[in-house]
Design a protein around this ligand. Sequence first.
Ligand code: TYD
Ligand code: MG
Length: 470
Amino acid sequence: MIFFRRPPEPEYSARKVVSMSSKTRFACRDCGYTSSRWLGRCPDCGEWNAMVEEVAARSGQNRGGDYSPAACPISRVSVVEEDRFATGIQELDRVLGGGVVPGSLVLLGGDPGIGKSTLLMQMASRLSGSGKKVLYVSGEESVQQVKMRASRLKVEEGPLYLLAETDIDRVEKNIISVAPDLVIIDSIQAVAKPDLPSAPGGVSQVRECSSQMMRLAKTRAVSIFLVGHVTKEGALAGPKVLEHIVDTVIYFEGERHHSFRVLRSAKNRFGSTNEIGVFQMEGDGLKEVFNPSELFVINRSRGDVAGSVVVSTIEGNRPLLVEIQALVCPTGFGTPRRMTAGVDYNRVSLILAVLEKRVGLHLGGQDAYVNAVGGVRLDDPAADLGIALALASSFKEIPVHAGLVAVGEIGLTGEIRPVPQLEKRIQEAARLGFSMCMVPQRSGRCAALGEMRVLGLETLPEAIEAALAF
Ligand code: TYD
Ligand code: MG
């Protein structure tokens, strides 16, 4: 039985009052779908109780008025090379596709406390230090608080303006009067347009405010960075349409208790989304990490411990060596526990099933814990082989060779599947002094690379036998 929840009565009366002057409608908080009636479930994205009331914008004026054809052949379109400016933070420039494009609107999303305000303040400092005019608008902190953070970050001397304001119209006036090269709005959920009846952070507020900033960015050629909060599910709070409005969406992620942070772009109208930026949070702000692999494997205990294997993954376009640790031990009671950190839970379940069925390891009565060391999150399926070897090594209490790096995706039949950019992965392992690399046989090229021994393997049982025999 499905119960449709009705909105409380007072909203009806409020609606009647508003509807005399302008039309109201209901919009889905998640996907932005609009309907003239309230619905219990959004027909577009299927989310329950997500429709909220909002005042509809007046319908477009002058539609179909003085129309002049504007289509032209592609060969006649002249291209002006957009002159980007560098932020001075190389890792950020790379993610943005080579610097900030004047007149672009960039959205930076991330969990609370991950370092969004810190990153943008450091960017503001570098830019103003190089002579660019920057306006930092904070809707969440007072100018004193922002100043305190800025002095902790040792902000460079330059034209950096601060404003604590939540009214988007007043923010706009300040942007027009200060005329900066770059504006930072921290955060889009904290600012609001006073004429709209809904609260800050609501669908219509977020959409209206960001559209207003988009118009301003395009007409005044000022680049605007918006900070966006992330919901529990990891999506940007506010309507999906926000991501459609802006030019670039970048996410700042990492484990809160680790200092390691990754900046990824999810959408970029001015560059590729394949690049990542790596940072480390320290006492005086974020430091760029140019050789992330070193960070992860340099502190690795070189003693032979069962359950530890290094994998060579590709994050964005860069190879990254990460240590995988696994612990397999008999279940105390009931159903075995499986826990993962930094690797996908379902992927590990699949690997456990393959180990059980294709390799014959009896893991049914065993708890299994898998961890990617250092607080990274690995999405690359090429880490599969390393996870499987770490699990098998812990189960059998036999350490794998400390100089070994594993690369390969595991299929359901226990085969080791080829992975892209193998050469890059092997080179990175060689650079960091590893002596042996297990790779999928079917990748073709399995010859030795300098000092590195490259071992091509066809199936998982073969790989486990080889890895545990050293
Ligand atoms: P912050 O940039 O305020 O996060 P966000 O804007 O994403 O919510 O920074 C969050 C954390 O970073 C804060 O808990 C303290 C830590 N931090 C440092 O470790 N070093 C520093 O120099 C700064 C400024 C912050
Ligand atoms: Mg903040």
